[in-house]
Design a protein around this ligand. Structure first.
Ligand code: AMP
Ligand code: GLY
Length: 432
């Protein structure tokens, strides 16, 4: 099969790394890719939302399968574009249409969807831009902490959690009246705060059947001990100790099944990934959000634990043939440490020369924001590399990831030093 991956982050490098290992994979292209994906396949300089350019490329190269990495092309309707063009519609594509992508693209849509299908989630009320005064009044009646969510896509920054009613009132005014997140905050949800431990669960579905990928825990805050502003994700660990068989059974019965069935009942076709952001609240799963793609950096941990042929699964998904497919998952641990540019998630500089990135058996180095220039690899984004250590247990995998991270450097490099430590504590509590 000739395969195209759309995207340019660590997630796409990890997908490319795994897809390349399949005997079913012939040519592999990544659009636009980064310096890392260029080592596994061929990068093509087409933007993720240039549907016409991508379509032409697929025809030129006789591609069989397209895997969409990020949310933007999904929400903008890449599947709908391919399906509406006679010569493109036979190309298999992993990723939902615009309607299905609303599960991620609109937090109001996904909240109402969860309510309609009995998926456990925090209670919420939605306010429109002309309802700012009502929202301010409503917040008086709520008990902090308060969670405010912009309805639309806001690159992971659209959620504000405040510890006082006054702060929440100020924030909601900024969101609704001053469009703090642009159009994304023309609708805002005020949501009940869920107190628990977070977990990401990944499902690959063809709209009827599904396989559950390894779960992971993400580390969203920039600073050690979960401090400072939110980021795209500073690390990931898989498996997650508290997600034992009993908990995952609850997730499957109470969340995954009603979600897939709900899509079917509402006649929303869905061939792609569903990434369920969950909170474990006293042993019960509560959905925080859906994404309709894989997580980043979770993919950089998750892919290393899938033993099955990923191309076989992706192709089955895109052709609606997942029924009866099984997935084999390694019991090994994977710990991913994201190395970022100094200053991220605020302002940062690009173009720093990365040293120490050469071959090593210690761990896998997935590229996120990198650029190749002659013989050098330069930083080219906020999140630059995702280093994944693998081991028989959490301690080994963590040690390998950090040993490798310490070998790599550039001016201003920053990474969290505590990835996995909270889970190590949970594991030791579970043992005692
Ligand atoms: P989201 O963009 O929906 O993933 O939200 C970003 C982060 O905000 C989540 O990963 C959680 O850590 C936090 N969050 C979102 N909703 C809630 C909630 N209802 N209660 C507690 N924390 C939340
Ligand atoms: N790591 C969280 C995300 O991909 O949205």
């Amino acid at each position: 099969m000739n395969i195209l991956i759309i995207g340019n982050g660590g997630r796409e490098h990890a997908l490319a790394w795994k897809i390349r290992q399949s005997s079913l994979c012939n040519k592999l292209y990544i659009a636009p890719g980064n310096a890392g994906t260029g080592q596994v396949g061929e990068n093509v300089s087409i933007a993720v939302d240039d549907f016409e350019g991508l379509g032409k490329f697929c025809l030129d190269k006789k591609l069989d399968l397209v895997v969409v990495g990020p949310e933007v092309p999904l929400v903008k309707g890449i599947r709908d574009y391919f399906e509406s063009h006679e010569n493109l519609k036979s190309i298999a594509l992993v990723g939902p249409g615009q309607q299905g992508a609303q599960l991620e693209g609109s937090k109001d849509f996904s909240k109402q969807f969860m309510i309609r299908h009995g998926v456990p989630t925090a209670k919420a009320r939605t306010f429109l831009s002309h309802e700012s005064a009502e929202a301010v009044k409503y917040l008086e009646t709520c008990t902090p902490p308060l969670v405010l969510k912009a309805d639309g896509l806001a690159a992971g920054k659209g959620v504000i959690i405040t510890s006082s009613v006054m702060e929440a009132q100020q924030a909601i005014k900024e969101m609704l009246e001053e469009k703090k997140f642009g159009e994304a905050s023309s609708k805002v949800l005020v949501e009940e705060f869920l107190d628990g431990i977070e977990l990401s669960v990944f499902v690959l579905t063809d709209g009827n059947d599904y396989v559950i990928l390894p779960e992971a825990k993400d580390y969203k805050r920039i600073g050690d001990g979960d401090t400072g502003p939110n980021t795209g994700g500073m690390g990931a660990v898989s498996p997650v100790a508290f997600a034992d068989a009993a908990f995952m059974k609850k997730v499957e019965e109470k969340v995954i099944k009603p979600t897939v069935l709900g899509l079917k009942k509402e006649s929303i076709p869905f061939k792609g990934f569903i990434f369920i952001g969950l909170m474990n609240v006293k042993g019960e799963p509560q959905v925080i959000e859906y994404n309709t793609r894989m997580g980043d950096p979770e993919t950089e941990a998750v892919m290393t634990r899938i033993e099955s042929d990923l191309v076989e699964l992706l192709s089955a998904c895109a052709h609606g043939k997942l029924k009866g497919k099984q997935i084999t998952i390694s019991p090994n641990y994977a710990v991913t440490v994201v190395m970022a540019s100094g200053g991220y998630p605020d302002n940062f500089e690009k173009g720093k020369i990365i040293s120490g990135i050469g071959e090593s058996d210690e761990a896998l180095v997935f590229h996120a924001g990198t650029l190749k220039r002659e013989n050098e690899i330069l930083t080219h984004g906020g999140r630059v590399l995702a280093v994944t250590g693998r081991g028989k247990n959490l301690v080994d995998a963590t040690a390998r990831a950090y040993a490798r991270a310490r070998q790599i450097t550039w001016e201003g490099v920053y990474y969290r030093k505590d990835i996995g430590q909270d889970l190590a504590r949970v594991e030791s509590e579970l043992r005692n």
